[in-house]
Design a protein around this ligand. Structure first.
Ligand code: NAD
Ligand code: UGA
Length: 458
């Protein structure tokens, strides 16, 4: 088995950056180089202001950068000197052509594979870190083999999907529930490649938590994991609508069912909808694969998880409008939080985008405050709507003279605000729409707010 001392990762994003920083931290004997085509992103990784906000990441990067962790745009050079190459490029939903709006766009992956093929002069272990459709390794192997000028170069392809969640990336990477490695375990070279990667992780992950599988199982397990996680949220969100109609309380229902050890308590928080770059994209990708295999009923089942999420966002908008006497035209509505979850500045597919657009379509003036999201990101996400949006650097300014406040992200600081003071500076009647169920609703009602909380008795 080859002993790994040089690793590179193509793609310095939310996954490539933190995962490689963790490998560098735990494996001081391995030189890790993270490469990207984006010069600004690499510059940021080499600066004091990293390109992503992630608790604990700064410390890990600072401990290794310049020692055994390097960030560079020299993709070709890093490929040439590395024994093991992770590919962690983006795999978004296709926007045009066959499978548009559903299938994964593998353009970036294929381009990375072509560069690997062109630059490789000796054997390489290629690790799929990106989330990809099942059987992508087969396609990538063809691209690699047929584009490498030296026929003696051997490529061993592994699937090593990443399960970290943003906001908790460092703790997830430090103590993962499991590490999954898929490879061609039926042949000797494939098994040796799996063993080589397993040995890297064994520097800090207990061996019984390093699971091996065949390539296709590993690729599909990643899509399945995200689909199951998202399905739980859509299920509890579906319950939240029924709770509001019947007087049941979704938090009590979640607690009651979560104590059944077969169901478990995690991932049962009703919300204004799940966001993030992956749940929707991966479910659509999974459903599309099902469609391609003629499994229409299976595809429809998974599409309904996304459909429920869309329903939850539009239901929230309708609730705001109807509660505020069916008119929000020119009313200042404060949006606390814009990121798709707390402890990240990431806004990809954040429910705040769809809710914000819905409110603006009804004429609202949005006042947005998020502790981590910058104004230019909001302007990018809300393109064409900035005439109806003002971004604020403090919640206090956003709330001044507002008619209503909507909680879009569960940032801890929102819970510690003095809500009496906030009430005093808002227009009356003052409304709170809690899309994350983080506030003390009884206390808010005592103060005088009209409160709407998802899935709670009104
Ligand atoms: P990202 O967009 O943050 O980063 C991808 C990076 O790849 C970008 O910086 C881009 O410039 C770079 N890139 C694209 N093509 C390249 C090329 N040919 N050569 C060099 N660099 C190239 O994406 P991400 O959030 O890190 O996600 C990466 C993959 O990991 C996706 O498949 C995603 O589904 C999966 N994933 C993401 C998360 C998450 O929390 N974000 C978690 C698990 C898995
Ligand atoms: C998710 C998975 O949790 C990771 O395991 C996976 O690696 C990753 O996707 C990926 O493939 O990208 P992430 O999207 O970063 O991670 O964050 P989550 O904590 O899963 O939250 C996703 C969305 O669901 C957020 O908008 C969050 O607020 C929402 N959510 C989560 C709920 O509405 N309720 C819950 O109970 C949990």
């Amino acid at each position: 088995m080859v002993k790994i001392t040089t690793i590179c990762c193509i793609g310095a994003g939310y996954v490539g950056g933190p995962t490689m920083a963790m490998i560098a931290l735990k494996c001081p004997h391995i030189k890790v180089t993270v490469v990207d085509i984006s010069q600004p992103r690499i510059d940021a990784w080499n600066s004091d202001e990293l390109p992503i906000y992630e608790p604990g990441l700064d410390e890990v990067v600072k401990a290794c950068r310049g020692k055994n962790l390097f960030f560079s745009t020299d993709v070709a050079g890093a490929i040439r000197e590395s024994q093991m190459i992770f590919v962690s490029v983006n795999t978004p939903t296709k926007k045009t052509g066959l499978g548009s709006g559903k299938a994964a766009d593998l353009t970036y992956w294929e381009s990375a594979a072509r560069t690997i093929a062109a630059e490789s002069k000796d054997n390489k272990i290629i690790v799929e870190k990106s989330t990809v459709p099942v059987r992508t390794a087969e396609a990538i192997e063809k691209v690699l083999k047929r584009n490498c000028s030296d026929a003696s170069v051997q490529f061993d392809i592994l699937s090593n999907p990443e399960f970290l969640a943003e906001g908790t990336a460092i703790s997830d990477l430090t103590a993962p529930d499991r590490v999954l490695i898929g490879g061609k375990i039926e042949n000797e070279a494939g098994q040796a490649a799996v063993d080589a990667l397993a040995e890297v992780y064994a520097n800090w992950v207990p061996k019984n938590q390093i699971i091996t599988a065949n390539l296709w199982s590993a690729e599909l397990s990643k899509l399945a994991a995200n689909a199951f996680l998202a399905q739980r949220i859509s299920s509890i969100n579906a319950m939240s609508a029924l709770c509001e109609a019947t007087g049941a309380d979704v938090a009590q229902v979640a607690h009651s069912i979560g104590t059944d050890s077969r169901i478990g308590p995690k991932f049962l928080n009703a919300s204004v909808g799940f966001g993030g770059s992956c749940f929707q994209k991966d479910i659509l990708n999974l459903a599309y694969i099902c469609e391609c295999h003629g499994l229409k009923e299976v595809a429809d089942y998974w599409y309904s998880v996304v459909g429920m999420n869309d329903y939850q966002k539009s239901r929230f908008v309708r609730r705001v409008v109807s509660a505020m006497f069916n008119t929000i035209r020119n009313k200042k509505i404060a949006m606390l939080g814009f990121a798709f979850k707390k402890d990240t500045g990431d806004t990809r597919e954040t429910p705040a985008i769809d809710v914000g657009k819905g409110l603006i379509e009804d004429g609202a003036q949005l006042a947005i405050y998020d502790p981590q999201v910058k104004e230019d990101q909001i302007a990018y996400d809300m393109e064409g709507m900035m005439g109806n949006i003002t971004c604020y650097k403090t919640a206090k300014e956003a709330l001044q003279d507002a008619h209503a406040v909507t909680i879009m992200t569960e940032w801890d600081e929102f819970k510690s605000y003095d809500w009496k003071e906030i009430y005093d500076v808002m227009q009356k009647p003052a409304f709170v729409f809690d899309g994350r169920l983080i506030l003390d609703h009884d206390h808010l009602r005592e103060i005088g707010f009209i409160v709407y909380a998802l899935g709670k008795p009104i």
